[in-house]
Design a protein around this ligand. Sequence first.
Ligand SMILES: *[C@@H]1O[C@H](CO)[C@@H](O)[C@H](O)[C@H]1NC(C)=O
Ligand SMILES: *[C@@H]1O[C@H](CO)[C@@H](O)[C@H](O)[C@H]1NC(C)=O
Ligand SMILES: *[C@@H]1O[C@H](CO)[C@@H](O)[C@H](O)[C@H]1NC(C)=O
Ligand SMILES: *[C@@H]1O[C@H](CO)[C@@H](O)[C@H](O)[C@H]1NC(C)=O
Ligand SMILES: *[C@@H]1O[C@H](CO)[C@@H](O)[C@H](O)[C@H]1NC(C)=O
Length: 552
Amino acid sequence: MRAAVSLLLLTLGGFVISAQLPFELSKQKPAFAELDGLGSEKWDLHTPPPLNSTSHFIFDSAHSLLLRWPNTRWRNGHIIIPATIPPGTLLYHGRTNSSIPSTPEWIATDPEHSYLFCLWDCWLLTLVTTRELKLLYFDGSSAAKGAFGSMDTQDVFATGQLRNRSGTPWASERGAILELCNWANTFGIDGFLRMEMDFEIMLCSFTQGVETVSMLNIVGGVPPPGQGFSASTRHSPYVDLDPSERHPSRRPLPPYDAWVGIDVEVINSGSWHNHVPGESRIKIDYSGLVTFYDITQYPSLVEVRRGFETERIRHRMGLATKEEREGVKKRIEGILKRNGKGSGVDWRTLLNVLVERFAGRLELMDYILDPEQSHFDNETVRLDRAKAQLTVMLTPYFVVDAVPPENLLISNDSTWANPIFRQCATTHTAHFSAFADVFTPEEQTQLAAVQGTTREICRVLVNMWVDAAGLGIGRGFAEKEADLLREWRHHLSSLRKWLGWSVWVKCRPSCGMEEICYLPTWPYFLGQVPQDVWWNTEPEPYCIRRIAPYNV
Ligand SMILES: *[C@@H]1O[C@H](CO)[C@@H](O)[C@H](O)[C@H]1NC(C)=O
Ligand SMILES: *[C@@H]1O[C@H](CO)[C@@H](O)[C@H](O)[C@H]1NC(C)=O
Ligand SMILES: *[C@@H]1O[C@H](CO)[C@@H](O)[C@H](O)[C@H]1NC(C)=O
Ligand SMILES: *[C@@H]1O[C@H](CO)[C@@H](O)[C@H](O)[C@H]1NC(C)=O
Ligand SMILES: *[C@@H]1O[C@H](CO)[C@@H](O)[C@H](O)[C@H]1NC(C)=O
């Protein structure tokens, strides 16, 4: 125990390394050495993940399922996964007459979303699920109608190829829902979950698994024809407006106040599902998670992403080879026939545990290292605070087997810290070696992604911590300190960019009580920015008003 304790003191208390450390411990073999069956090279602190690694994408997109914020940021979905809605759940549909749909239609989880489709003679249908509804969920902004990747997974799933979605973005929607529901009928699927400003479901039947609670004639949100807006604004209240008026935050107050209110309110109700737990009325089955970031199943996409590996906003699965695209439906059918037979491991919670563990601390570390955010007496103090914070993060992994060499101050050999690295990187997954037989192939992929992601987080943190130890304690090393702080900021920001977690995307300063933090969302950009530019630009959040007047 003494070695580890001394190390702690080394970083926390500012002790100079001395020969008093009990180096005889260094011969002790780590008890878990052979557990993962990987050679020691795996634990080289200087080997970053290969550029074609997708662990971080799989990790983040799996964690982001049912969360609106990250799926608004990373619009092009890469996941298809079975989902369910429990009995007793209310769902909504807005239309212009009181007939119950006899063909597939779109329904919403929040009435604010349905209200967009109500027009002046507004009929709001409220449904309740009478049994568990079975859905397929396409992640990303999969209801954002455009030709740049957000609808790839559903189109490839339905037809094996991309639909031509240029021109009128709504044109192929009716055909697409009929095609999907045709398939769904033969597989016991009730509908398809997608997301745009809020979550929506393409519901195949209004008589199976759902009952009508009410069909209410409510006051419409859109003025009748000839009184401000033309009838052609149906289904897209935005497209007929003057381009300068299209942005919710920049639109002048129109004659009908409610008109702007309904736009903001759908964003507002969507925002209730921004972060964990997200759209909690839907449940997903992680044992059937198909991700197109899986490079063993979809290797052609490695080539498609080449040169764009770090530009996640441009990734799209629709560019996979014909063979890969055409296999998607079969694969999903196989998973549905398997009928939810997974290990029972709660992947959603595991991913949350890891994001909770590191997101806030990495953000705090960034604050400590950044002179524009935090103020300390001098850079020596800043470095001390940073070292202390690193030590806090790694404390559960300071195994006694990690013993620094006597010549630590001049050595650049960091292999002595490998046991800490390994403990940090495997602590959340090592026990799953006993689950190998019960994991589905899709769970194996998730396991590898969790391993690859935690490995990189731990590699960067342990490297930084070893640097600090190697520096001695910092007194009288002013130049080295400044270098180190610069390097750490670089390592930390690279790590956070690599992870791509959207919990870090925030309005700064945070919004006032009358405002809401808004991440540019389809279709509110229409007319302002060329489509291809919009789809390929990572959105930045800003505050918009959520009470009238909306345009000041
Ligand atoms: C990914 O990159 C590694 C190292 O550069 C390479 O060995 C491997 O073959 C690549 N994998 C794919 C699927 O391209
Ligand atoms: C009711 O409105 C829907 C569209 O909102 C339309 O497709 C349908 O034909 C209408 N039904 C009747 C009976 O008017
Ligand atoms: C896709 O549709 C647009 C607009 O309807 C049309 O101009 C274009 O030629 C189509 N592209 C293909 C490849 O069919
Ligand atoms: C940095 O600030 C601390 C705390 O105020 C002080 O004790 C120390 O002497 C300062 N170091 C230098 C190099 O100025
Ligand atoms: C350690 O330092 C030596 C000599 O400066 C250098 O050749 C070697 O590449 C360094 N090793 C690492 C892992 O940085």
